[in-house]
Design a protein around this ligand. Structure first.
Ligand SMILES: NC(=O)c1ccc[n+]([C@@H]2O[C@H](COP(=O)([O-])OP(=O)(O)OC[C@H]3O[C@@H](n4cnc5c(N)ncnc54)[C@H](O)[C@@H]3O)[C@@H](O)[C@H]2O)c1
Ligand SMILES: [Zn+2]
Length: 369
């Protein structure tokens, strides 16, 4: 990957049409449309966005006065992340007489990106998708890496495809209209990147926490660029999640269980914050952590307004039950991503996820109430 100012180029090995640029700036959204038309002159664009993005004025900023065929997901958010929305999108594209020369432009958070990316993967056996992420989750995580998909009535992300974007345009100024709780919770994916891959980046977070909470544009650009570099590094080494990419699951095993046990009352990032503390407790119990990493991680999460204890109404038994059905569980019990040190995930015998007994997990969970 080459880094040139605020532009990164990602190359995914072994994946067809596998190179794409990520452009990062602030106040850049109004210039993106012109760039798309210039870069893909033979393609017909089709925009997928959601009702909140339209309300916040971002669709207008993107397309200006131009009349562009657009599908607006309504209601916005996870409730619409199902296969019927994808069907509605591709059928609308057919009715607009769009063909294999179309290009989907996804403007929104992770739900829009996941839905639009999946629609692009299946429309006429696959058309390119451009991702324009507008949340802290999407700018740090979902827009880079090529995972797309929707939920079934049984489970999250049940149907999907790996479909790498043709380009990613990040305008951090779009974050100014994002709800504050969503904004802060979405930053936990960035803290996770720092914890597993980059100690210096973790220090940057600690030093700049006030600027981050105040949405300082220069700091947010730097965060976006560092996230993309880290995520792209991991994805380039393991594009289809066979091995190393599993480190991105740090804090997520217990995090997912807590999120689900809360009936999704807790946001994903809030649940992962609890999961990261749990991972830190496991590291201590396993004798892996003779440093102050857990204290530093906890302090940063508290400053970001994250919960660091499991809500009393979520029982340990419920969490254990959910861990047994974790989709990555081997023999009904999952493995856990742990840290070797702050900024480095633990790799042993080529494995990035580790066996921890149920007994030890239970004891660590007890400490989190
Ligand atoms: N593909 C991946 O690798 C990957 C990674 C992480 C998460 N995800 C998926 O992403 C989804 C969550 O994404 P999310 O957290 O971005 O949530 P989201 O897309 O649902 O957005 C949250 C809310 O904020 C609104 N919104 C978005 N941007 C806004 C802005 N700039 N101003 C005002 N409102 C705005 C949305 O309309 C929505 O109501 C989940 O479905 C998750 O599974 C995918
Ligand atoms: Zn996550």
């Amino acid at each position: 990957m080459a880094q040139d100012g605020q532009r990164l180029d990602v190359v995914i090995p072994g994946v067809e049409a596998s190179s794409y640029p990520i452009t990062i700036g602030h106040g850049t959204l109004s210039g993106v449309w012109g760039e798309i038309l210039q870069t893909w002159p033979k393609h017909n664009p089709f925009v997928v966005t959601d009702s909140e993005l339209v309300k916040a004025g971002h669709l207008q900023t993107l397309v200006g006065a131009e009349k562009v065929p657009t599908f607006t997901i309504d209601p916005a958010g996870e409730v619409s992340k199902h296969i019927q929305t994808v069907v509605a999108i591709v059928e609308r594209m057919e009715k607009e007489c769009l063909g294999r020369d179309s290009i989907i432009v996804a403007l929104g958070g992770g739900t829009v990106g996941d839905i639009a990316g999946f629609a692009a993967a299946i429309f006429k056996r696959g058309v390119p998708v451009i991702q324009i992420p507008t949340t802290t989750v999407a700018q740090a995580d979902s827009s880079v890496g090529g995972k797309t998909g929707v939920d079934s009535s049984v489970s999250k992300n049940a149907f999907g495809a790996f479909w790498q974007p043709a380009a990613v345009y990040i305008d951090v100024a779009t974050l100014t209209t994002l709800d504050d709780r969503q904004y802060r919770a979405g930053l936990i994916e960035s803290v996770k990147h720092a914890a597993i891959m980059d100690a210096e980046y973790f220090g940057f977070f600690e030093t700049n926490i006030d600027a981050i909470l105040n949405k300082d544009m220069a700091v947010l650009e730097q965060i976006a660029a560092t996230n993309c570099r880290i995520k792209a590094d991991v994805v380039q080494q393991d594009p289809t999640e066979k091995n190393m990419r599993r480190i991105l699951n740090y804090g997520h095993t217990i995090g997912h269980a807590v999120e689900s046990a809360s009936g999704f009352e807790l946001l994903h990032g809030e649940s992962v914050a609890i999961g990261m503390i749990a991972a830190g407790k496991l590291e201590k119990a396993l004798g892996l952590a003779d440093d102050d990493r857990l204290e530093r991680i906890t302090n940063l999460l508290v400053k970001l307004g994250m919960p660091i204890r499991i809500p009393a109404d979520i029982t340990k038994e419920k969490i254990i039950d959910l861990l047994r059905t974790d989709k990555k569980a081997v023999g009904k019990w999952p493995r856990f991503v742990l840290l070797e040190s702050l900024g480095a995930a633990l790799c042993r015998d080529g494995q990035w996820a580790h066996e921890v007994s149920q007994d030890m997990v239970e004891r660590c969970l007890d400490e989190l109430y």
